[in-house]
Design a protein around this ligand. Structure first.
Ligand code: ADP
Ligand code: GLC
Length: 473
């Protein structure tokens, strides 16, 4: 079986969030379980030259919208599996990866170029695995071409939803420009008088998946369906949830190159050295007996920053530290900055994106906060588990699937979780965690339960293989 994974971002070439982690790790894991896969992703201005091992392997003349665009495809195996990076400077060499008015056009081009490339490099893949709205265009193009182009006739598509909140909505006038002018494709894109790339992906792909079992249920309800829950319900018999994995070659305190002291379940004491270094790095007093609460995230409403704002004062009153790494909406960035100004001896803030610091925080912190409003899967809670950093999460999406509440009677559970999106519920769990932290044996028990979890990609990759087989059948 030959698989082509297409994604707008993939580690180590590009990353703004979990999609990058997932698209970088899945092809490698597929190869480990014996499946031949190729990854196609854009070559951004941010993609480092060191990853482009060879010169351009293909010059692509991409005939699109009546113009011919000269694009190149670089080849790399930096993520442990064959990858083609589509280089088209006018679309991808920008200050940031997303956030432009014409993003839909940039990814429509990328999708078309990816399909041109596949056709150039050999036989059609059995499965094209598409990710999020950025790949809705390829779902439409393959579904349509399959009807008259022998090359695509046997290819099937899987569409993975990583986040329903982003749907790639644009004006319908661009549909004909992109060549989606037939009634079949047009109807698939049409959504409330506009065009939605997410809707096309959901409508025209052969099967659908999303990144946790719980989220597969949640997106069938209005609250998390963002106007497309009816379509997800309609296609529920073609949808499954597969919880993301963790790349333990990258996120493992035993081998992590970014941290100052290595540890695992058998020498957890060495984690204290990471804590000391983290406090020093943020110029905080080195009081190792006080817990560090941490948060690493895009600062958007999805991540429950509003709840965090409501509980921060209480956390500080307990004498604990809070460390935050993130960037995003100004009101949230301002909040963290003002909290730091208010309590400079207890609060550490890094505004921006910093991969190396993310590892240091996972290793040095005691408690990880993830009170998300919704969370399709979430990766940081799983990284935290492996680093012995106890997560406190809201019971939604993948957070609910991967974190079990600690039970002090029988000693089971790897973290703390609460249900309603309310600060008093969140605080209850924070107090429980503080109570548990005060007793080293109890705390160690929770840490070890988390470190023993196996969220490796191999398990998830096997489920994807089953999904691919189902899709072909
Ligand atoms: P999402 O994809 O919704 O942002 P995930 O939990 O799936 O959430 O993945 C987020 C990924 O991005 C994690 O690998 C996390 O460490 C990383 N990340 C988020 N913000 C930052 C940041 N400011 N600096 C470094 N890494 C970050
Ligand atoms: C999205 C979701 C996140 C998920 C990630 C990777 O960005 O917000 O929950 O972990 O995709 O699937």
């Amino acid at each position: 079986m030959r698989i082509a994974v297409i994604s707008a971002e993939a580690v180590p070439y590009s990353k703004t969030g979990g999609l990058g982690d997932v698209a970088g790790a899945l092809p490698k894991a597929l190869r480990r379980v014996g499946v031949d896969s190729v990854l196609i992703t854009p070559c951004y201005w941010q993609t480092k030259g060191e990853y482009l091992w060879s010169t351009a392997v293909e010059d692509l003349n991409v005939d699109w919208r009546g113009n011919v665009y000269l694009a190149k495809a670089f080849y790399s195996e930096a993520n442990g599996s064959p990858t083609f990076l589509i280089d088209a400077p006018s679309f991808f060499h920008r200050d940031s990866i997303y956030g432009y008015r014409e993003d839909h056009e940039r990814f429509a081009f990328f999708n078309h170029a990816a399909l041109v490339l596949l056709q150039r490099i050999g036989a059609a893949p059995d499965i094209v695995h598409l990710n999020d709205w950025h790949c809705g265009f390829a779902a439409a193009e393959i579904a349509s071409r399959r009807r008259w182009d022998r090359y695509w006739q046997k290819t099937r598509t899987v569409f993975s939803i990583h986040n329903m909140a982003y749907q790639g909505v644009f004006g319908t006038e661009d549909l004909w420009k992109f060549g989606f002018d037939g009634e079949y494709e047009r109807n698939a894109f049409l959504s409330n008088g506009a065009a939605s790339a997410m809707k096309a992906g959901l409508s025209l792909s052969d099967t659908l998946s999303t990144v946790s079992r719980r989220y597969a249920v949640e997106i069938q309800m209005p609250e998390n369906g963002y106007g497309l829950d009816w379509l997800v319900r309609q296609r529920a018999d073609r949808l499954i949830g597969i919880t993301n994995g963790v790349d333990y070659e990258v996120w493992n305190p035993r081998t992590d190159q970014e941290i100052g002291s290595h540890y695992d379940a058998s020498n957890l004491e060495a984690k204290r050295e990471c804590k000391r270094q983290l406090l020093e790095q943020f110029s905080l007093p080195v009081k190792l007996d006080r817990p560090i609460f941490a948060n690493i995230t895009r600062l958007t409403a999805q991540k429950g920053i509003d709840l965090m704002m409501q509980v921060a004062g209480e956390i500080l009153s307990s004498g604990s530290f809070i460390i935050s790494l993130g960037s995003g909406e100004k009101r949230y960035e301002d909040f963290w900055q003002s909290l730091r100004d208010y309590a400079p001896q207890q609060v550490g803030v890094y505004r921006g994106y910093n991969e190396s610091l993310a590892h240091k925080i996972e290793a040095g912190a005691d408690i990880f906060l993830m009170p998300s409003k919704f969370e399709p899967c979430g990766l940081n809670q799983m990284y935290s588990l492996r680093y012995g950093t106890v997560p406190i999460v809201r019971a939604v999406g993948g957070l609910d699937d991967t974190v079990q509440n600690f039970d002090s009677i029988d000693g089971t559970g790897n973290g703390f979780k609460f249900g309603p999106y309310r600060s008093d519920k969140f605080l209850e769990r924070i107090y429980e965690a503080l109570f548990a932290y005060a007793d080293p044996d109890t705390w160690r028990n929770i840490q070890l339960n988390g470190m023993a979890e196996d969220n490796s990609w191999e398990n998830a990759a096997r489920k994807y293989v089953e999904l691919y087989e189902w899709t072909r059948s």
